[in-house]
Design a protein around this ligand. Structure first.
Ligand code: SAH
Length: 232
């Protein structure tokens, strides 16, 4: 990584209040290289420029790092090539991360990268969030970035989290809150915090943080076709 971009990475982390060891920084850089290598074989991300990758993938992913409780068990819904799950697993050795995605080639890439990076606190699961009944009520935190509208995400996330657990939705702003009022009520997901921040390129971002306040009713989650067709 060239020096200017390394500086950008360090400044971004400082602004987010995330401090990393040299080993963790090396892992982030190595993950960029692994992603680019694999990108030649199968499309993982449209973001290939090093500077863009730092800003839009690494800094954005790590914005939630300070919000995650110590020792948390976290599931990343629709992890894709591993965002935010892999940067979070690198930055927070105390947490245990499950990267979930419906596409096997993506979870295979994440598992393969974790092995190459020597990351022992992340595992990858291939499958749909709404079908992971064996994982329901298992997580302290769920995250999702660029997967679906907020009302859909709440139905995917709520069953996976324990009562008292958090769901962190990575969004550009808080504009989807209004269309998800009904979903919040139906799924016992209460808005706790909106963390707004600006990426180093000036793009605005918002982390919408929800707490699961009670058990999810048995009728949720519905089948994905129904979730999509008539979102809460
Ligand atoms: N979070 C990553 C990837 C976003 S693309 C990032 O921000 O870069 C959205 C991903 O969500 C795709 O890889 C898709 O396979 C996955 N996905 C969509 N619906 C899903 C579901 N119901 N369960 C699991 N994964 C899902």
């Amino acid at each position: 990584m060239d020096e200017k971009n390394l500086d950008l990475l360090l400044t971004s982390l400082k602004n987010l209040g995330v401090s990393l060891t040299d080993k963790q920084l090396c892992s982030l850089v190595k993950f960029y290289e692994l992603t680019m290598e694999a990108n030649e074989r199968f499309n993982l991300t449209a973001i290939t420029d090093e500077r863009d990758f730092i800003i839009k993938h690494i800094a954005d992913s790590l914005a939630a790092a300070p919000l995650i409780p110590v020792g948390a068990r976290l599931i990343d819904i629709g992890a894709g090539a591993g965002f935010p799950s892999v940067p979070l697993a690198i930055a927070r050795a105390d947490i245990r991360v499950t990267a979930l995605d419906s596409t096997l080639k993506k979870t295979t890439f994440i598992a393969d990268s974790a092995m190459k990076l020597g990351l022992e606190n992340i595992s990858a699961v291939a499958g749909r969030a709404e079908e992971q009944t064996s994982l329901f009520n298992s997580f302290d935190v769920a995250t999702a970035r660029a997967v679906a509208k907020l009302n859909v995400l709440l139905e995917l996330a709520a069953p996976l989290i324990k009562v008292g657990g958090l769901f962190i939705a990575y969004k550009a702003d808080d504009s989807e809150l209004s269309i998800s009022q009904n979903a919040q009520k139906a799924l016992n997901m209460a808005l706790r915090e909106v963390k707004e921040f600006v990426l180093p390129n000036g793009d605005p971002r918002a982390l919408l943080v929800f707490e699961k306040t009670a058990e999810t009713q048995k009728k949720y989650p519905r089948r994905y076709s129904l979730i999509k067709k008539s979102p809460l």
